[in-house]
Unconditional design. Structure first.
Length: 223
């Protein structure tokens, strides 16, 4: 019986990933570095610093300095905000309502430090994530795929690993959830094929948030 859901934000609660990917690509283009927009879906969950460093190592053959990583991640975040308001993921409100109605606790577990979205959570999903039940980039040293964010989430929930489950949309997020010893559900809300989530060992895979919300009441009876 699960008592807590550990819930990712980008690509789960907000349909924000296409904007993140485009913001990364544009920021890198400003640096004279060509990237493929869709590759950033694969890095989803990593810290901004780790993502900058990955591209620098590949394209420039060296690590990014802390100063560069910070400056470029801030620039990417500014571009993301300039793109305007991000819509809620269709089905996410319904998914949270099912959890709340059934007394399943919720902890937000995101690698993001993006205040434009974090500040909107209370308005967009009232009561879903109480104060003290949020793990963000500010709380962790290692981003996903390290298990640290989900282990911190378990701590905040105050339950054991077999009493909680993860809701993720990114392969590296699934890897982090599994590494933390958690039952991990993948919802494929972006362009990444189902096989990538199978490879990471996702326990269940749903093709959309609406499909997951539909299945959730019955699912909670058996996981
Ligand atoms: Ca995500």
């Amino acid at each position: 019986m699960k008592r807590y859901a550990l819930i990712d934000m980008d690509g789960v609660l907000y349909d924000s990933m296409p904007f993140h990917a485009l913001a990364w690509q544009r920021m890198m283009a400003e640096q004279g570095i060509d990237t493929d927009r869709d590759e950033f879906f694969l890095y989803e969950g990593m810290t901004g610093k780790a993502t900058v460093d990955l591209i620098f190592q590949r394209e420039l053959g060296r690590h990014a300095t802390d100063e560069e990583a910070l400056r470029l991640y801030r620039r990417k975040a500014d571009i993301f905000v300039e793109m305007g308001e991000k819509r809620k993921m269709p089905g996410a409100g319904r998914m949270l309502s099912v959890l709340m109605e059934r007394g399943i606790g919720r902890v937000l577990v995101t690698g993001s430090a993006q205040h434009s979205l974090l500040d909107r959570l209370d308005m967009d999903y009232p009561g879903a994530f109480p104060a003290g039940k949020r793990v963000t980039a500010l709380d962790v040293t290692h981003g996903k795929p390290d298990p640290e964010p989900y282990l911190k989430g378990l701590e905040k929930a105050g339950v054991k690993s077999d009493e909680a489950f993860v809701i993720e949309n990114a392969p590296l997020g699934v890897r982090a959830g599994k590494a933390a010893g958690l039952f991990t559900i993948a919802v494929t809300t972006g362009p990444i094929p189902r096989e990538a989530f199978e490879r990471e060992g996702a326990d269940l895979i749903f093709p959309s948030m609406d499909a997951f919300a539909d299945a959730l009441p019955e699912l909670l009876e058996r996981i």
